[in-house]
Design a protein around this ligand. Sequence first.
Ligand code: ATP
Ligand code: ATP
Ligand code: MG
Ligand code: MG
Length: 261
Amino acid sequence: MANSKYEYVKDFESDAKILPHTWIVVRIDGCHFHRFSADHMFEKPNDENALKLMNSCAVAMLQHFPDIVFAYGVSDEYSFVWRETTRFYQRRECKLLSLSVSYFTSVYVMRWKEFFPNKELKEPPYFDGRVVCYPRVKIVRDYLAWRQVDCHINNQYNTCFWMLVKSGKTEKEAHELLKGTLSKDKNELLFQQFDINYDKLPAMFRKGSCIFRDEVEETVKLDEGGNPVKRTRMKVTVDHIDIIGPKFWSERPYILKEDLK
Ligand code: ATP
Ligand code: ATP
Ligand code: MG
Ligand code: MG
């Protein structure tokens, strides 16, 4: 296209590139979801359908952007880990961030009806996002552990808080009662007052959601003898599992594999 005398305005654009050979984490978070969840009457402390909708959007992200190797979600947030070697849009930060946020948001709106067939969307959900890059796998794992610990702390607090409120306490009284309590005090409170064994609550609430590609065995056809012919393939999978300890990662070394070439 011919240059015009106005072309010089492009020189004002900045175009930050993410440091090469670093793991990229894009974290998105629902904007004003405290209000959004109230307006759409999410169940407290955990609306299962809302979490499943978030998970479904994250699965769509991994299917659409093959360089995302792992995602972790809790409440209204999701973190997406991009492989260190990604060349997606030459690692332009603006592209990575804006495309991630807008793709996720679009899928959220498109699939709303699937998860809430009896609830109209009353306002447009929207998400903020940030990009952080980490130079080593250890730090990526520590980042993910940080989010999962946060999930545990918040969920335990919120479970107590909402049980107290549902049992007739005001929100202020519930906060007062929980002030200064330790983790084991909260477990005790749930057990003594509400007969709830915290460890038996759904893993999705306690551990958040992990999305990754996992080996699955599938039957492709039956042979002449009627025996199944199986093949393994990588499938985008959702699980609610501990990612703080080494087990998950040592069983799946391919997820956060450093490029040693
Ligand atoms: P900000 O715009 O700063 O992110 P926010 O109102 O979204 O503010 P967050 O700290 O992100 O605040 O917290 C999200 C809030 O959304 C939670 O406190 C909770 O009230 C609500 N929420 C999100 N997901 C769910 C869910 N699945 N079930 C019930 N409530 C939820
Ligand atoms: P990129 O992903 O790099 O943005 P792109 O395919 O979106 O690539 P753009 O330079 O943004 O390319 O150009 C947008 C293209 O979308 C136009 O070239 C045109 O073909 C099409 N387009 C956008 N709006 C309209 C419209 N209202 N009517 C017809 N075509 C349109
Ligand atoms: Mg939020
Ligand atoms: Mg949040």
